[in-house]
Design a protein around this ligand. Sequence first.
Ligand code: GLN
Length: 318
Amino acid sequence: VSDLVIVHLYPRLLRTYGDRGNVLALKRRAEWRGFRVRVDEVSIGERLPRDAGLILLGGGTDRVQEIVGKDLAARRDELAEAAQGGTVVLGICGGYQFLGTRYVMPDGGEIDGLSLLDVETRATERRIIGRVRARGALWGEAFDLVGFENHGGRTTLGASVQPLASVSRRHGNNGRDGTEGAVRATVVGTYLHGPVLAVNPVLTDTLLARALFPLNGNEPLGALPDAEERLAHADAARRVREEHRAKKRSMLVAASLIALSLAFGGPRAAREIDDDDGGRGDRVAPAAVVERPLMIPYDLARTAEITGTSRSSAGPRR
Ligand code: GLN
């Protein structure tokens, strides 16, 4: 007999950036405290056990989501029943999108979600890519969150869900409202990879405590010697800061280049036009004004490329 059954759904299909590490983190942290854990891997067409304490769905590309979507649709009632009964359901990135009502793909095709969370996702051409540091809150527990996100989908939250965390406005659910992830009762979604649970032990323990509630009640989980986990967390946070600084630096360089080209390029261009014009001064200024804006969009596009505010040169994952 086991104290906790973890169901890993589609482990060989939904597994972006080593999402399997989330299952390992949960299992180990429970076992270190003396709980007996069983992990059931459930793939397409396989039966879902009835005694799951926690169900996990990892991330995947749009193509994989299309494949998994059909199988998942057949499990809608069963999963809703489990969540209603208090089973913790965790979705990461593509898995998070599945927890919502639907995912609209770039070609307009739709994948129906499980509707466990009142969120909806629409794909865009510009992906949100980068390391993230966020302030998280879950079931009365507050914590620092670190992770990595890479998604084309923009997720909007409905009225019945709470965000899992707050982030800067370039990141998270939609790059607009400063929210990351979503929570409703025991259903939790996040865009963060890492694997996120390996580097965020407080989040992991919060999920574990909830999944163990039927057995353990409100008994707090014993503390673990978390020196290495804390180091991993701090290292991930340091890399967020470094990435942020590098972006700021290249933005500054690009802005200086624009300013320089405006300061020196402007008069020279005006002189050249002036010469071409045979020295008719009255037409110089308007021509120069027309010339300058033509250069600015190019420079801005470069800035976006350098700073990663547009599509990454690393190539999209979808
Ligand atoms: N395909 C989805 C998107 O790009 C999810 C990606 C992922 O799971 N990393 O929005």
